[in-house]
Design a protein around this ligand. Structure first.
Ligand SMILES: Nc1ncnc2c1ncn2[C@@H]1O[C@H](COP(=O)(O)OP(=O)(O)OP(=O)(O)O)[C@@H](O)[C@H]1O
Length: 540
């Protein structure tokens, strides 16, 4: 498959030259202009991956896999050969992989074992506007390692490209030594943005957005021509509630009289949230049967980098579930807050990728002006810093206060994190990382929780602690078992690919087992037998 005629094509030569000539570059361009899928390919075809792979980071798993899949199709190769991806627990790459899509967390983990990123010639940090913790740390590390000088042990100079449609460009350019900014003009298809005025500033803190989203979605289904719908809600519970409501209402539609476009004969409702298995998530990309309108009800995981073919309508609730640190309980808590304006633009950008589209914003202009900040507050300013500080310590960044942060966290939060790390013996009195610290950083858990898991294993009571650690590390401990789409008898045109209503399975054994297996594997790798570990003797 050849690559489509996207706006980026006109800037191809300029982009390749800019990357060839400069170590750092910022690239902006409208959503859908072709940044994620085309730029890595242009650089590869220009021979810039001769001395190392092109690593492209994405903040989310589902986008990482789907963009890699698309690029592999366009370049006519099997996924995992020339083009591959790597996400947690799934490495679809090989020795030959020259364009490697991965989550930003994966790249951060690679830096832990290979600080000079010697197998890469170019690193592209995509969707940088999301400002995830890992992306922010990568900003600082890449600046520290590669901005002023060629690292002595590298064969070639590292090239770094930062991309997004909605970036704080001036600030970022200044951060990277006033590096060049290249803008890709034009957009693929127009998206009409409609303020529905159903939510006002008074609705912050209320859950009215769920029912309003359902109403607008049904309105679109009944009145708009063919085209799939993508609804943005906040979390699993809200999504399941909306899917149930949509399903019930859609069951009673009489398609002979109530639907404006006679080509529309049914509705397929698909939920999408982070804790679903990869296979369940992938279902959203399958085309719906002829005449059936697909409706994906999703969290923010579908807001960036994702192209779901056929989506022409976006319903934007205006809210997101955001992780905020609560110092009172010492945990990061998920809270429902209004999205930023740049986030709203990203959501709207999911329509208009394969044809023109519309974005229905449930909120009013007043809500937009008064409640929505211009950009999302970076995760580093609102979540616990213990993992980040431990990672930096393991990378020999001793002075974590003077590390080059794009948005420095408050000093007292850094000191709190250091105190917490000291309390769980991950660092010593002088602030140096201990053997235990180096061990803890390998766990996909906050250090205090990993510490508790290891300590429990050493005391032979991990069975008690693993469920607690697992429960504290997921948004919702209940899942619905996956099953085939339901086709209700009463309404043959309505499908529900969610899961059987009311049936909820307790997922703890699965998660606990998985964690335990990883705990065991990590311990075996470290040549330690969990039962024989003497806590103090091993890590002190
Ligand atoms: N899986 C896909 N199926 C069909 N078309 C696709 C697919 N992936 C990408 N495209 C096409 O390629 C275009 C560019 O996608 P790409 O992700 O490269 O854009 P982008 O500039 O990175 O956008 P964003 O900033 O929103 O991530 C899309 O608008 C769409 O037309």
């Amino acid at each position: 498959m050849d690559s489509p005629a996207l706006p980026i094509r006109r800037s191809r030569r300029e982009l390749v030259e800019a990357v060839r000539e400069r170590p750092f570059l910022i690239v902006t361009g409208e959503t859908g202009s072709g940044k994620s899928t085309q730029l890595p390919r242009y650089l590869f075809e220009a021979g810039l991956a001769k001395h190392g792979a092109i690593g492209v980071t994405q903040p989310r798993r589902v986008a990482t896999m789907s963009v890699a899949q698309r690029v592999a199709e366009e370049m006519g190769c099997a996924l995992g050969t020339l083009v591959g991806y790597q996400v947690r627990f799934d490495d679809c790459t090989s020795e030959d992989t020259a364009i490697r899509y991965m989550t930003d967390g994966c790249l951060l983990r690679q830096i832990l074992t290979d600080p000079l990123l010697s197998k890469y010639s170019i690193i592209i940090l995509d969707e940088a506007h999301e400002r995830s913790l890992s992306t922010d740390i990568l900003f600082g590390l890449l600046k520290k390692l590669f901005l002023q000088k060629k690292a002595p042990d590298r064969k070639t100079e590292m090239k770094v490209v930062v991309m997004s449609a909605t970036l704080e460009v001036d600030k970022l350019s200044e951060f990277f030594g006033h590096c060049s900014v290249l803008h890709i003009p034009g957009r693929s298809y127009p998206v009409k943005e409609i303020f529905c005025n159903l939510l006002s500033p008074r609705d912050v803190g209320s859950s009215a957005y769920v029912t309003e989203a359902v109403k607008v979605t049904l309105d679109v289904h009944l009145n708009e021509p063919e085209g799939d719908i993508l609804v943005f809600l906040t979390g699993q519970i809200e999504i399941e509630k909306a899917c149930d409501l949509l399903f019930k209402k859609a069951e009673s539609i009489d398609y002979r009289y109530e639907v404006h476009d006679q080509a529309v004969e049914g509705l397929l409702i698909l939920p999408l949230y982070g804790s679903m298995s990869t296979d369940q998530q992938k279902r959203i990309f399958l085309p719906a049967p002829t005449g059936i309108r697909k409706c994906v009800v999703s969290t923010n995981i579908a807001a960036t980098s994702l192209t779901i073919e056929g989506v022409r309508y976006v319903v934007d609730s205006g809210f997101v579930k955001q992780l905020n640190h609560n110092p009172r309980v010492g945990l990061d808590i998920l809270e429902v807050v209004p999205i930023s304006k740049s986030e709203a633009k990203q959501r709207a950008g999911r329509a208009g990728r394969t044809s023109s589209g519309k974005s229905y914003r449930l909120y009013s202009r007043e809500f937009w002006e008064q409640c929505m900040p211009d950009h999302t507050v970076p995760e580093i300013r609102r979540t616990s810093l213990t993992s980040v500080i431990l990672t930096l310590k393991c990378l020999s960044v001793h002075d974590v206060i003077r590390f080059p942060y794009l948005d420095p966290p408050e000093e007292r939060h850094i000191l709190e994190a250091l105190k917490e790390l000291y309390q769980c013996s991950a660092i010593d009195r002088r602030g140096h990382v201990t053997r235990l610290g180096e061990f803890l950083v390998q766990f996909p858990l906050p250090p205090n929780l990993s510490c508790a898991v290891i300590k429990a294993a050493s005391l032979d009571c991990e069975d008690l602690l693993l469920p607690i650690a697992a429960m504290l590390s997921v948004e919702n401990v209940f899942i619905r078992p996956g099953r085939k789409p339901l086709i209700p008898k009463a309404a043959p045109y309505v499908f529900k690919a969610s899961h059987e209503l009311g049936v909820r399975a307790h997922c703890m054994p699965g998660i606990g087992q998985q964690l335990f297996q990883r705990l065991q594997t990590s311990m075996e790798l470290g040549c330690l037998c969990p039962k024989a570990v003497s806590w103090e003797a091993t890590f002190a």
